[in-house]
Design a protein around this ligand. Sequence first.
Ligand SMILES: C[S@@+](CC[C@H](N)C(=O)[O-])C[C@H]1O[C@@H](n2cnc3c(N)ncnc32)[C@H](O)[C@@H]1O
Length: 449
Amino acid sequence: MQYAFVLGRVHTLSFAEIMSVLDQADPALGLTDNPASIIDASYEVLIVETQKPLQTERLQKKLGGTIKILQICDLIKKREFDSVNFALQHYFKPSTLKKSFLKDYKGKIQFGISLYLLNEELAQKPRESFQPQGQKNDRSYNIFIEPKKIGMMIKKTLTETGASVRLVLPEMNSLSLASVAVTGNLLLQKGAEVCLLVGKDKIYTAKTLTVQDFEDYGRRDYQRPIRDEKQGMIPPKVAQIMINMSGAKPGSTILDPFCGIGTMVQEGLLLGYRMIGSDLNKFAVRGSEQNLEWFRNRYKIAPGKYGLEVSDATKVSEPILKSGHTISSVVTECTLGPIYSDYPSKLDIEKNFKDLTKLYEKSFIEFSKFLPQKARIVMCIPAYRKGRGIYEMFPSLDFANSLGYNLVSLIPHSLAKKYKFLRLTDRGSAIYDRKDQIVAREIVIFEKQ
Ligand SMILES: C[S@@+](CC[C@H](N)C(=O)[O-])C[C@H]1O[C@@H](n2cnc3c(N)ncnc32)[C@H](O)[C@@H]1O
């Protein structure tokens, strides 16, 4: 079986998360001991082959960084100068559409088209190189008109069979439909989203199986009784990605020793872990209590699955050892230092890095007292955003090495080397940022030796 995962905005994190999840045998997700193999990948999609069908609904809920999961239908060869619609002109026959794409639906068929690129250059190539044969002088031709052309071609084919059809197209200058458009237009219930994964010399045709539940992510973030804009909260999707990279076995216990108002704890519960959250600030812990009470009822979490403590992370072994819990991983958005409205001075940044190094050092010594060998610490550390893709990064994480922890690359080096679109830092971490924020999050993974 072949599937494509449509990657989120921070595609390196999405890629790392998918690879971590697919790497672990989990029958509930359809994952066997034989790992999925990568067929193709770009900054937009990751295509894999699995031995057994995947439980895509469950996988979609689990993966914070995946926008859609598609099933690959066919692979069509094309010449580099062929346009997409030219290459597919004989492909979308009524029988193919019926067999491979459309839901058996009696009313008006709703279908949408999305194009994803397997090669970044395709969006920037000179227009002439995409000219369908015989149209060499038509300079208006460009790849952004392809969804419309293909959509119209499919619509015509279906209409000729007597079907009533509504076509949903990506917005101007976009090649793909947002999940909100797929959900809002009921494409998966009343027809299909037809996806074309376009490379220079091939096109994979695919149909969308699931899309990310953007409404639920919004609810988990904004409908909580307590929010803390001052300290900041980690987006639920990023919390999920971090937990998924922890390697912790489902059902085991994860600690967030800088839990704030409990985002990591809630996301861990939803992923089927037992969670312990602690924080130095008793008001934050109270906020976590209120949020988790709301969360537990809203998401039907069984009682007794989480615990909350007021504790300094540099002394957290005491309550943990007292509780008798075995902690399998630490996953945390550690304090990132002061929040700035203007870019801080070099001196401020240096001081912050120095203070945080001391805090991390003391905390790691504590974690050593209860973490087993090979356990992972997945954490966010600050990176100051100087410009697009340019950061003042934490200077050195060598303290961890001397305390018995190795840095682990989020993506194996061999893959990072092969797929040049991945944006890993030199130390194998990745940065999650938003353009309105001065302090970005660098996500790092340590493993206890
Ligand atoms: C960025 S916030 C974490 C927010 C959290 N991820 C969330 O989404 O709600 C960092 C937290 O670290 C806590 N903190 C700072 N120093 C600490 C320490 N030494 N021990 C434990 N918690 C600490 C702060 O009180 C704050 O709640």
